[in-house]
Design a protein around this ligand. Structure first.
Ligand SMILES: CC(C)(COP(=O)(O)OP(=O)(O)OC[C@H]1O[C@@H](n2cnc3c(N)ncnc32)[C@H](O)[C@@H]1OP(=O)(O)O)[C@@H](O)C(=O)NCCC(=O)NCCS
Length: 166
C-alpha cells in the first residue's frame, strides 16, 4: 500500500496508539459487542503511564500512513500477540495484514515457534485469513462485563537468531 510504513513503537507513540485503540473498539468492534461491553473494553480515558509501560514491555510495532499512526500490534516474550488495532478510517486496506506479517517475522526471528492470540469476534476472520486457527472459545471478564473471544494460534518458523541452549 502507498506510503504505509511499519516501524518500532516509540514512547512518543503512546497517545496515538491509545487514540487508535479507542477508535477501533468503538468504531469497528462495536458491531460485534454490546455498548456496555465496548465501554468496559475501551473506557473514555486511560492511565497514560500504564498504557505506555505496557506498550514498551511488549515488542510493539506501529503502522503509519503519511506519518500518521493508523494501527499497532505487538508480541510478548511468551509468544502472545496481545494487541492488533487499526483505526476505522484506515480499515480494509491491508494495514492489519502488514502489521501481522511484521509481527510474525519478528517473533520468528526471536526464536518463537508458535504465536498465540486472543482474537475478538471482529478480528477472528482477519486472523483466519492470516493462517491462524481456533484452539478454543473463551469468555473473559473485563471491568464487570463478559466478552467472548477466541484462543487462536499459528506456527511460525524461526529464521535465525542465536542458537538456544537445551
Ligand atoms: C480486525 C482489524 C485489526 C482488521 O484491520 P484491517 O486493517 O481492516 O485488516 P486488513 O485490511 O489488513 O484485512 C485483513 C484480512 O482480513 C480480511 N477480513 C477482515 N475483516 C473480515 C471479515 N469481517 N470477514 C472476512 N474477512 C475479513 C480481509 O479481507 C483481509 O484479507 P486479505 O488480506 O486476504 O485480503 C480491525 O478491523 C480492528 O482494529 N478491529 C477492531 C479491534 C479488534 O477487534 N482488534 C482485535 C483485538 S484481538
Amino acid at each position: 500500500m502507498r506510503d504505509l510504513l511499519i516501524r518500532r513503537y516509540e514512547v512518543a507513540d503512546a497517545a496515538d496508539t491509545w487514540r487508535v485503540f479507542h477508535a477501533a473498539v468503538h468504531g469497528t468492534a462495536s458491531r460485534d459487542y454490546t455498548p456496555e461491553q465496548i465501554l468496559a473494553w475501551a473506557p473514555p480515558s486511560v492511565d497514560e503511564a500504564r498504557w505506555q509501560a505496557r506498550r514498551s514491555a511488549a515488542h510493539t510495532y506501529v503502522a503509519c500512513l503519511d506519518e500518521t499512526v493508523v494501527g499497532f500490534s505487538d508480541f510478548t516474550d511468551d509468544g502472545l500477540l496481545d494487541m492488533l488495532f487499526v483505526h476505522p478510517d484506515a480499515g480494509g486496506r491491508g494495514v492489519a495484514r502488514a502489521l501481522v506479517t511484521r509481527i510474525i517475522h519478528e517473533a520468528s526471528a526471536a526464536g518463537h515457534q508458535r504465536l498465540r492470540v486472543h482474537a475478538s469476534l471482529t478480528a477472528r476472520p482477519a486472523f483466519e485469513r492470516f493462517g491462524f486457527t481456533v484452539d478454543a472459545t473463551r469468555l473473559v471478564e473485563v471491568r464487570g462485563q463478559r466478552l467472548r473471544n477466541f484462543a487462536m494460534s499459528i506456527a511460525v518458523k524461526p529464521t535465525g537468531g542465536p542458537p538456544r541452549m537445551p
